[in-house]
Design a protein around this ligand. Structure first.
Ligand code: ADP
Ligand code: GN1
Ligand code: MG
Length: 363
């Protein structure tokens, strides 16, 4: 394809370019596995078209990623970790030395070394995966605790749950595709839980929860697990790394990693929060994060799962009402199924909140 050839030639990837194919299941960027040949051997890269409608200042975003990956690498090096190219994302510079390339159509591209023999799991398969993912995200936060620069906010108010709620209210009001009438029950579910939305915001404003550098998109498939050992290899998808609360990160792990049901599972009877996965997440996370968490953060870990699952549910519902303009969809009704899945998980967490709290207290 002509366009890919332009991209391949724009980056400092040695070897002969053979082609690209779509890769992974992210909802935001367009990701491709690129095939090259160097001295007769196959070599792969990731070429990624960054969604610049969502990330409106791509140079600032790439500056963040440069700071974050360099800092992580230093930390791994100091800790004596081996195989650094599998532990931290490595940007391949463009021909002009920049970390990104702007193509002839105005799209922004970046290239990473491809991490071989590693998988981003969409649906958790066993408690070891939950443990490993949480341990890796905790380590990531720990490594970035002393980042010497303040990162750009790549999406302002990304986890401001009150704003997400207000945006939903506006979408219901506008209802451009007349979809609101068909999702009355889902809207009612959201309205009944409005009081939840200020929890973290209020604690942060009161100074009880510190602002830290957080990942903000800790879905299970945003950490690559080694295909052979199952151990966590590399935290990826660094577009939203910016100042935030660790509760956003832990909450999204709970949302994405405590059920065997897919993110858009339409059959609600298959959806519930599995407490064994929750326990594995807490154990994995505290293994790397217990050294820096303040008591209020630890106490709110179970609540954060409910909050962030609710927040992402609000976003899927908003996008459904807006006409599916934000998250990639592959079938009709996918966003409303995603929303219902999140809301069913919220309900399941409400039912098990005492047990979740007990797990955290007992550690
Ligand atoms: P999105 O923001 O769209 O979710 P990601 O950065 O998460 O994009 O990338 C999408 C998928 O591509 C990931 O889930 C992962 O499977 C794969 N991927 C991304 N970077 C790499 C890499 N350096 N090596 C191997 N696979 C990768
Ligand atoms: C998006 O990029 P990806 O697919 O890992 C989204 C997250 C949502 C997630 C829901 C920048 O994550 O906030 O939680 O989908 N990322 C952005 O699956 O909006
Ligand atoms: Mg991703």
């Amino acid at each position: 394809m002509k366009q890919f050839k332009e991209i391949a030639e724009a980056f400092q990837c040695p070897g002969t370019y053979l082609g690209d194919e779509p890769y992974g299941s992210g909802h935001i960027n367009d990701t491709y596995k690129a095939f090259y040949q160097v001295d007769g051997s196959p070599v792969h890269y990731i070429h990624q078209r960054i969604n610049h409608h969502i990330f409106q200042d791509v140079p600032a975003l790439m500056e963040n990623i440069g700071h974050v990956t360099r800092h992580q690498r230093k930390k791994f090096e100091r800790a004596g970790a081996g195989d650094l190219d599998r532990r931290v994302l490595t940007l391949v510079p463009a021909m002009d030395g920049k970390d990104f390339y702007r193509d002839s159509e105005g799209n922004f591209w970046r290239t990473y070394l491809f991490i071989e023999n590693a998988v981003g799991v969409d649906v958790v398969e066993n408690t070891e995966q939950a443990f490993e993912a949480a341990k890796a995200f905790g380590e990531f936060q720990c490594q970035l605790a002393d980042l010497p620069v303040r990162l750009h906010e790549t999406i302002p108010g990304f986890h401001h749950t009150r704003s997400r709620y207000d945006t939903l209210m506006r979408a219901i009001e506008a209802d451009p595709l007349n979809r609101a009438a068909s999702v009355k029950g889902d809207i009612a579910f959201a309205l009944e839980r409005e009081e939840l939305v200020d929890t973290v915001i209020d604690f942060m404003a009161a100074g009880e929860i510190p602002e830290r550098v957080t990942h903000n998109d800790t879905k299970l498939n945003n950490v690559l697990l080694d295909s052979t050992t199952g151990k966590a290899g590399c935290v990826i998808d660094l577009d939203t790394v910016m100042p935030g609360s660790v509760l956003y990160d832990f909450g999204d792990m709970v949302r994405s990693t405590t059920t065997n049901a897919a993110e858009d599972e339409p059959d609600s009877s298959k959806i519930s929060m599995d407490i064994d996965y929750f326990e594995a997440l807490v154990n994995g996370y505290l293994e790397t994060a217990s050294g820096f968490l303040v008591p209020r953060e630890k106490e709110l870990l179970p609540m954060s799962g409910k909050l962030i699952t609710f927040e992402i549910g609000l976003r899927f519902l908003t996008d459904y009402l807006d006409g599916d303009t934000y998250f990639k969809t592959h079938r009709e009704g996918q966003n409303i199924d995603r929303c219902r899945k999140q809301f069913k998980m919220v309900q399941s967490m409400e039912e098990q909140m005492d047990a979740m709290q007990k797990i955290v207290e007992d550690i």
